[in-house]
Design a protein around this ligand. Structure first.
Ligand code: UGA
Length: 434
């Protein structure tokens, strides 16, 4: 099939490259000439393991091209996939101006029947509104599809090529059949439904996963007080197939470009129909507070005298294997420390540059290695579970720290790892070790 994907962010780029990998002819379009130049030069404007190589092989095979020319791309394709950003507005609602603009441009370029599928996460009813917007600008026939995306950053290729399910919300049976044919090589678990339900499935899925995380984080906070171990509690719960083991890792809360944005948007969507989503409001509140779990521990350790201390921070991205720092809990933690007179020494394997370009936090010492950050620090806070951190020699780490205090916000280390060291070790929802 001939496919145009509009938007080369995470979702658009990964999907476009994977559709090409499946044997389709794909044109990826972006308004930003800088991104298209990088892609045409063989680079990738985002960090995603394996994506560069997959793009290169499909470009060589002539199945994948990158352009800023939306009109030309639309004319050559039967299927147009919209994957432009829908970032949150200050009130939490999704900003639909980019997707509206792209829809108008598609309409103006249309030269015959097209299937127009929306992969961007959009509030319920948006696909129908976009269809009517497109009809205002063209007399050509088209069908609308809601095609929500479930890939995770850092494992985006694996998630796209081996999805748990594909959701197709369709305005016609024939369009649903074409989209089913496109996705059947990926999975047989294809749910064909109406457009509004498909839009809702995306929000409900992300809200549910966020709920699992906030739930286990609250259980962790209680575990700390009653002397239980949340990793054991989660394991014990997870064997129940009705609960499942995933998304029960306690830590400093979820971040990234999806859960914070989509939970706020769903609260707004509910509000518009006079429904107060109380449970989800609490999920967001718990998540917001959970990042202070680390700060509270520091305050206890230093008897509320953080001023003048040097604290090392390991990890700036919202999770490992990505340079994405959007809504990363690390930002608020570091800002809080700096505001309280702490000298922060921070290190991340790849996200430091991104972090600095987004968050304007003065007075942080940006380090080039994990040990450099730890050098002479009064305590170390681990905020992102990069594999690199679990491989650090704890004997060496202990020697470079000014005092061997480790606050593990992601439960990376086990008791056995610390045997033979003098670490005072605090983690989330597990007994501390002295
Ligand atoms: C999330 C969803 O998992 C994807 O299915 C969805 O497609 C995507 O949002 C999206 O809407 O585009 P992503 O934000 O890339 O994907 O990252 P996740 O791996 O889901 O992690 C989100 C956050 O939750 C991270 O900060 C992570 O540290 C945290 N988390 C995750 C936990 O604290 N505990 C867990 O058990 C799992």
């Amino acid at each position: 099939m001939n496919i145009t994907v509009i938007g080369t962010g995470y979702v658009g780029l990964v999907s476009g490259i994977c559709y090409a990998e499946l044997g389709n002819r794909v044109i990826c379009v972006d308004k930003d000439p800088r991104k298209i130049d990088i892609l045409n030069a063989g680079g990738i404007p985002i960090y995603e393991p394996g994506l560069k190589e997959l793009a290169a092989s499909n470009r060589e095979a002539g199945m994948l091209t990158f352009t800023t020319d939306l009109q030309d791309a639309v004319r050559q394709s039967e299927i147009i996939i919209l994957a432009v950003g829908t970032p949150p507005l200050p009130n939490g609602e999704a900003n639909l101006s980019y997707i509206n603009q792209a829809a108008i441009e598609i309409a103006e370029a249309m030269n015959g029947y097209k299937i127009i599928a929306v992969k961007s996460t959009v509030p319920v009813g948006t696909n129908e509104r976009l269809a009517s917007l497109i009809s205002d600008y063209t007399k050509e026939r088209f069908d609308s599809i809601s095609l929500p995306e479930f890939l995770r950053e850092g494992s985006a290729i694996q998630d796209t090529l081996n999805p748990d399910r594909i959701i197709i919300g369709a305005s016609s049976k024939s369009a649903a059949d074409v989209m089913t044919l496109l996705h059947i090589p990926l999975t047989e678990q294809i749910v064909v439904t109406d457009i509004r339900s498909a839009e809702m499935i995306k929000y409900a899925s992300n809200a549910f996963l966020a709920t699992k995380i906030s739930f286990i984080n609250e259980i962790a906070n209680i575990c700390e007080k009653v002397g239980a171990d949340v990793t054991k509690v989660a394991e014990g719960m997870g064997y129940d197939r009705r609960i499942g083991p995933s998304f029960l890792k306690a830590g400093i809360g979820y971040g990234g470009s999806c859960f914070p944005k989509d939970t706020s948007a769903l609260i707004q969507i509910a509000g518009h129909v006079d429904y107060e989503f109380k449970l989800l409001r609490s999920v967001v509140e718990v998540n917001q507070d959970q990042r202070f779990n680390v700060i509270r521990k520091l305050e206890t350790i230093f008897h509320h005298e953080l001023h003048g201390k040097t604290i090392a921070v390991w990890g700036l991205s919202f999770k490992p294997n990505t340079d994405d720092v959007r809504d990363s809990p690390a930002a608020e933690i570091i800002q809080h420390l700096v505001d309280n007179g702490v000298k922060v020494k921070a290190y991340d394997p790849i996200a430091t540059e991104n972090f600095r370009s987004i968050y304007d936090i003065n007075g942080v010492d940006w380090c080039l290695s994990a040990l450099e950050a730890a050098q002479s620090a009064d305590a170390l806070c681990l905020l992102t579970e990069w594999e690199e951190f679990s491989r650090v020699d704890l004997g060496t780490l202990q020697k470079v720290l000014s005092s061997p205090i480790l606050i593990d916000g992601r439960n990376v280390f086990e008791e056995e790892d610390l045997l033979g060291t003098e670490f005072v070790y605090y983690s989330v929802g597990r007994p501390s070790l002295n």
